[in-house]
Design a protein around this ligand. Structure first.
Ligand code: 7RM
Length: 635
């Protein structure tokens, strides 16, 4: 286990050096020493970004659930694997030990089999954040079925598109889900989706709420009786290293969502290795990632990465604001959480509320804080650092993507430095590069350009389900020989990376390239601003001009709007330069967000450009009411 956990800066430097000089030897040693294999690989890596093709550990055989569950049973069978915290704080938390998890996963795997699911079959999982979600994911992996988890906030149309794209023969869902003090009729959404899906043979329904739903005979089954009748022993399917483990859909800039395909061995090795290092997990720690398993963050850093390390991973069913905005901190205190991993949008939302929501709780168990999903602005970073970490917890700003399977750029806490708004340094095995718009690599420090990765890492997605051409086009054609992330980044004078946002968020004003993130950062420095988003709109003289959507904190609402606009532009002029001043500022009561918390700038751009009737695909939009009010008040 010597190389597995990086514990000092010198150690990081030598490990990184080795990972770049001899990637195959580096990953082979990690794979060999830290996982259970039924057969070792014949070849560590085969790759060609021109084809594109990437294969890791070919010839090896394994099962990821043996690595996540079985191998822990002897040493830590009674340790809590999954700590389930329900939506309702008055409902008891559930401590699922590794032994109990093994029992549940095996039973579930047998239920899949008895319902005709086998190796290579696709299973769509559409569940709220209840234990059955993690268990069903692992049950699929146990028998070699390919899981496709669809976030349970997606509409029936979005669900149907995803089920059909990968021909899922089974759907696993629940009778409903909780959201705050309301319930949502998930089964009704599935029924509607299935009107469009001829391929689905069976629907397994977990019971979560007190509902009266109808089961469609011949198709739908309650899950619990099936589990009760199943054996708690299920032999693992022995998988080849490159057998698909799961499909996870992510939206592209146009058209159909992309079903990113992750395979078994490389994904396991990389998600486990990065979990251990980025969160510096120690044996008795309680780790909590607030994401939903419906996103890649939940796959890699609630389920697979933590369990492969024998960790205790918290799974939270609820939302940050129920029953009040202190819920996260109540849970940290209750379960003595050591590592806490969340999204900037959640931090900004909570920072908008009174500090009284934080003050009553004992947060002294916290050692490490993390963020993921979008650039974190300076103000939110400091709020997190000051009020949650009490200036005592390194913040890991982890940059990665559904396509990358695991974290690529991030500080290693207490090992490498942190810097507000910077994801900082590549993890071992990751070779980032910046390119200009002519496709030339920008060498040396103090550079800004398109972020690419030059060399494969074990958990890179292998293809887009059913569309390898689109995979090539999207990721390997803009900068031939490199994986193109679609993000822009800058490398500072010390070689630290800052993600500046999607490259398509760059706005060129009078010939100056302006990233949206730094301008939004500047606006967010205003004490009365909660959140902002900038887009470009056509301008006769400048080419493009800037349109700002600004949400104020409660105290801001009584202020004179014209004064506020002046103050905001003065801040921008002071922090970035007069070139970045906004032509138009619209005050809003919220911003359009995806269900995973990313601002949908595409919608804001269309509104600012006067195309209010043609907003494109809004299937991932969380808050349509906000869009309606923005449209009604457009400047
Ligand atoms: C993990 C995840 C990927 C996109 C990515 C970026 C943005 C994610 C950060 C970030 C700045 C970060 N997967 N992004 N993390 N931007 N700093 N730490 O979110 O597929 O849903 O999104 O998210 O633009 O390309 S994702």
């Amino acid at each position: 286990m010597s190389d597995y956990q990086i514990k000092s800066l010198a150690n990081y430097k030598s490990t990184y050096q080795k990972s770049v000089a001899e990637p195959e030897a580096f990953w082979a040693a990690i794979a060999e020493d830290n996982f259970v294999w039924h057969k070792k690989w014949d070849k560590v890596l085969e790759w060609d970004f021109a084809k594109p093709e990437v294969k890791w550990f070919e010839g090896a055989q394994l099962n990821i659930t043996e690595n996540c569950i079985d191998r822990h049973l002897e040493k830590r069978g009674d340790k809590t694997a999954i700590l389930f915290e329900p939506n309702n704080p008055n409902e008891a938390a559930l401590h699922i030990s590794y032994k109990e998890l093994s029992n549940r996963v095996n039973r579930f795997a047998n239920v899949l089999k008895s319902n005709g699911v086998g190796k290579g079959d696709r299973v769509c999982i559409y569940l709220p954040m209840i234990p059955e979600l993690a268990v069903s994911v692992l049950a699929c992996a146990r028998i070699g079925a390919i899981h496709s988890v669809v976030f349970a906030g997606f509409s029936s149309t979005a669900l149907a598109t995803r089920i059909n794209d990968s021909d899922c023969k089974m759907v696993i869902t629940s009778d409903g889900s909780f959201r705050g003090d309301k319930t949502i009729d998930l089964k009704g959404i599935v029924d509607e989706a299935l009107l469009e899906c001829a391929v689905v043979e069976t629907v397994l329904v977990a019971k979560r709420i007190d509902s009266n739903i109808q089961l469609k005979s011949g198709r739908d089954k309650w899950l619990q009786p099936e589990l009760d009748a199943a054996s708690p022993i299920c032999a693992q399917e022995i998988m080849d290293a490159e057998d698909p483990l799961f499909i996870l859909y992510t939206s592209g800039s146009t058209g159909m969502p992309k079903g990113m395909v992750h395979t078994t061995a490389g994904y396991m090795v990389y998600s486990a290795y990065t979990f251990k290092n980025v969160f510096q997990y120690e044996a008795d720690d309680v780790y909590w990632c607030t994401a939903d398993i419906g996103w890649i963050t939940g796959h890699s850093y609630i389920v697979y990465g933590p369990l492969a390390n024998g960790a205790t991973t918290v799974m939270f069913e609820g939302t940050p604001s129920y029953p009040d905005c202190g819920r996260f901190w109540a849970i940290v205190e209750k379960h003595k959480v050591n590592q806490f991993y969340t999204a900037p949008t959640a931090i900004r939302a909570l920072a908008k509320e009174s500090l009284d929501n934080v003050k009553g709780y004992d947060l002294s168990s916290l050692k490490i804080l993390g963020t993921v999903g979008e650039p974190i602005n300076e103000e939110a970073w400091h709020w997190y650092n000051d009020h949650i970490g009490k200036k005592n917890c390194p913040i890991v700003d982890t940059w990665w993507q559904t396509e990358t399977g695991g974290i690529l750029i991030s500080p290693i806490p207490n090992v490498t430095e942190t810097k507000p708004t910077y994801a900082t340094l590549p993890l071992p095995g990751i070779q980032p590069a910046l390119f200009d718009k002519d496709g030339l690599e920008l060498e040396g420090n103090k550079q800004e350009g398109s972020l690419c990765i030059k060399y494969p890492w074990p958990s890179i997605a292998r293809t887009i389900w059913g569309n390898h051409d689109r995979y090539r086009e999207t990721y390997f054609s803009a900068f031939p020989g490199n994986y193109f992330t679609g993000d822009g980044a800058l490398r500072d004078e010390n070689g630290l990376y800052r993600i500046t946002g999607r490259v398509d968020d760059v706005i060129i004003v009078s010939g100056h390239n302006l990233g949206t993130a730094p301008i939004e950062d500047a606006i967010d420095e205003h004490p009365l601003v909660a959140e902002s988003a900038i887009v470009g709109f056509p301008h006769d003289i400048k080419g493009s001009a800037l349109y700002g959507y600004v949400t104020l904190k409660g105290e801001g609402l009584s202020k004179n709007e014209e004064d506020l606009k002046k103050e905001i532009n003065q801040l921008i002029a002071d922090l970035i330069g007069p070139i970045a001043k906004l032509d138009k500022i619209q005050f809003t009561n919220g911003l359009p967000k995806t269900r995973s918390g990313k601002i949908m700038r595409r919608i804001l751009r269309k509104i600012a450009c006067g195309e209010v009737d043609n907003l494109g695909d809004i299937s991932t939009l969380l808050n349509p009411e906000v869009v309606a009010s923005i449209k009604a008040n457009v400047l």
